[in-house]
Design a protein around this ligand. Structure first.
Ligand code: 13P
Ligand code: ZN
Length: 284
């Protein structure tokens, strides 16, 4: 049997959550990550596997029946994952239409998966309908995006346009834009369902006054999505109180679309390619 700690998915997960902590996105137990594991891959590491425990999920997810996830634990600190992966991470397999999860490995102190498991599983189900290669859902509390939700309009088009205007790369990295949920109680099925609905049209979903969700095909790509949006939010906060002299025009954003072969969210660039600043978040 291959050693689980050497599995690429395990090495990557430990590396990425450590990186997230180092970026300051995951204070204390803030944030959570789940990765859908490839069946052929995880079985090489856990061949004669049996359920250590069965944990109720509190929701149904029939699309994910039988699927296996590597997921962070509730109340666990990302900075500790590298020192005790078996305590802070778990591998679970969904059964009974997603109503129960078999613990196959990890959470060795008796712990459980993240309290945001509904948002993760529902987002996986939603994203896989759009992109069957989606495997990762990531949540964290990056300071600049979070701060932006206090001072910027939460209108999704306006919020996205501001981010696109802050760094040239943004429209290339997230042409589908950023969806936004108003403040809601976290850790509930309701916020899970609302997040999954938002995931149908974008890979980034901001939770106002809380943090961000991202979805992607692998950990690097998903991390990069958050990193790019967070950088743009940082630039916004550096300039928002200053008189605006220049910006990236819609004309320029359109040139980026063409040059890099991406399609901006329908209707989110001015149809006649109006240029000019709207950095205060006023939708054009
Ligand atoms: P967990 O410790 O349950 O993962 O919760 C952290 C968090 O960020 C809640 O939104
Ligand atoms: Zn959170």
């Amino acid at each position: 049997m291959k050693e689980l700690m050497r599995a690429p998915f395990m090495v990557e997960m430990i590396r990425i959550v450590t990186n997230m902590y180092d970026h300051g996105w995951d204070e204390r137990n803030g944030g959570n990550v789940s990765v859908l594991l490839d069946e052929n891959e995880w079985k090489e590491y856990l061949p004669a596997v049996h359920a250590l425990r069965v944990i109720s999920t509190g929701f149904a997810a029939p699309e994910l029946e039988g699927k296996c996830f590597l997921v962070t634990g509730t109340g666990k600190y990302f900075r500790n994952v590298q020192y005790a992966p078996d305590v802070n991470l778990g591998i679970v397999r969904l059964r009974d239409g997603g109503r129960n999860a078999e613990l196959l490995w990890g959470f060795s102190d008796g712990g459980s998966f993240t309290s945001e498991f509904p948002a993760h599983m529902m987002s996986h189900a939603a994203r896989r309908k759009v992109d069957p290669k989606n495997r990762v859902v990531m949540h964290c509390h990056p300071a600049n995006l979070l701060a932006m939700t206090y001072v910027h309009s939460l209108d999704e088009r306006a919020f996205t346009r501001t981010l696109w205007q802050m760094c040239t790369e943004c429209i290339i990295v997230f042409p589908d834009g950023v969806n936004v949920l108003p403040w809601m109680l976290c850790g509930t099925n309701e916020i899970g369902e609302a997040t999954a609905r938002k995931m149908e049209t974008a890979r980034l979903v901001v939770w106002a006054q809380h943090g961000i969700y991202a979805a992607g095909r692998d950990l690097d790509e998903t991390f990069g999505l958050i990193e790019t949006a967070e950088k743009a939010a940082e630039i916004y906060l550096k300039i928002a109180h200053l008189p605006l002299v220049n910006t990236i025009s819609d004309e320029a954003l359109h040139q980026l679309e063409v040059r890099f072969g991406v399609k901006a969210r329908e209707g989110w660039l001015a149809p006649e390619l109006r240029s000019g600043p709207d950095v205060r978040g006023e939708a054009k």
